[in-house]
Design a protein around this ligand. Structure first.
Ligand SMILES: [Zn+2]
Length: 264
């Protein structure tokens, strides 16, 4: 069993473009379940994802997203809606796009209401950490540094936190935060566009090894790819080449995702 804890879908208008491609890729790579992450823009909103993924409940899990700066003071309507979705498991987490949207994770006056909901429902916050796609443009990288997540983790020890991409290229900083803070985890998605080359695979697997060696726990890292940016099959092959024992592999490939996201 493999759970891909980090995938995306694209939309053209109201229609989802690559849902069939995702399901095919999962089947061919032996991925049984995946988390699909909403974007803060309207294009791939939480509502749209919930609508198109309804028939795939149990296989594809929705991660909601909000745009905190666009709704500086989240109204009761939005918070009540998130409350319902988190409460009935329609969404399993909320994702925040720090560098793209220019806010720190520890900006509690901006994000506090969302964190309180997540804590109440025992659901995690996911942060995009590390490099931001150059093509998207306008990103400010300092907001996406793992040490900024460390501040939040200290302020809110009851909030479960996942740093996407192990803060790449600040992977050592992210690794230290996962070691130091009980409530912080990471996913290993987004280390390549398309397929791994020999060189990029060597770098990726050495970062994963370093993470395991340093954190001294096999319960902190979650398998994730960032499909369709990264090829799922290539990711599975790279992970299969790691020299971990069976328990560590099971934790990495699906048990940690089940625990952290409280998947059914
Ligand atoms: Zn992503």
């Amino acid at each position: 069993m493999i759970i891909d804890a980090h995938t995306h879908l694209r939309f053209k208008g109201e229609d989802v473009v690559d849902l069939d491609a995702l399901l095919t890729s999962m089947r061919e790579s032996g991925v049984g379940q995946a988390l699909v992450l909403a974007s803060p823009n309207r294009e791939c909103s939480t509502e749209r994802l919930l609508r198109v993924l309804q028939p795939h409940k149990g296989k594809l899990h929705v991660v909601g997203s909000v745009s905190p700066l666009a709704v500086r003071y989240p109204g009761k309507v939005l918070l009540d809606q998130l409350d319902r979705w988190l409460g009935d498991g329609s969404i399993v987490a909320l994702k925040f796009y720090l560098g793209y949207q220019h806010f720190y994770p520890h900006n509690d006056s901006l994000l506090g209401p969302y964190y309180e909901l997540l804590e109440h429902h025992d659901r995690p916050a996911i942060f995009h950490t590390g490099d931001c796609h150059v093509e998207i443009g306008g990103a400010i990288l300092k907001y996406a540094h793992p040490l900024e997540v460390d501040v939040l983790a200290a302020q809110r020890p009851n909030l479960r936190i996942v740093m996407a991409h192990i803060g790449n290229p600040w992977t050592l900083d992210a690794t230290e935060v996962c070691y130091n803070k009980k409530n912080v985890y990471a996913d290993c998605s987004g280390f390549v566009c398309g397929d791994f080359s020999t060189k990029s695979e060597r770098r990726f697997t050495s970062i994963v090894h370093e993470f395991f060696d340093y954190v001294e726990s096999d319960e902190k890292l979650l398998f994730g790819t960032d499909w369709p940016i990264s090829n799922q099959d290539s990711y599975c092959a790279a992970i299969a080449g790691l020299r971990f024992n069976d328990k560590a592999m099971e934790n990495l490939l699906f048990r940690n995702a089940q625990r952290v996201y409280r998947l059914p």
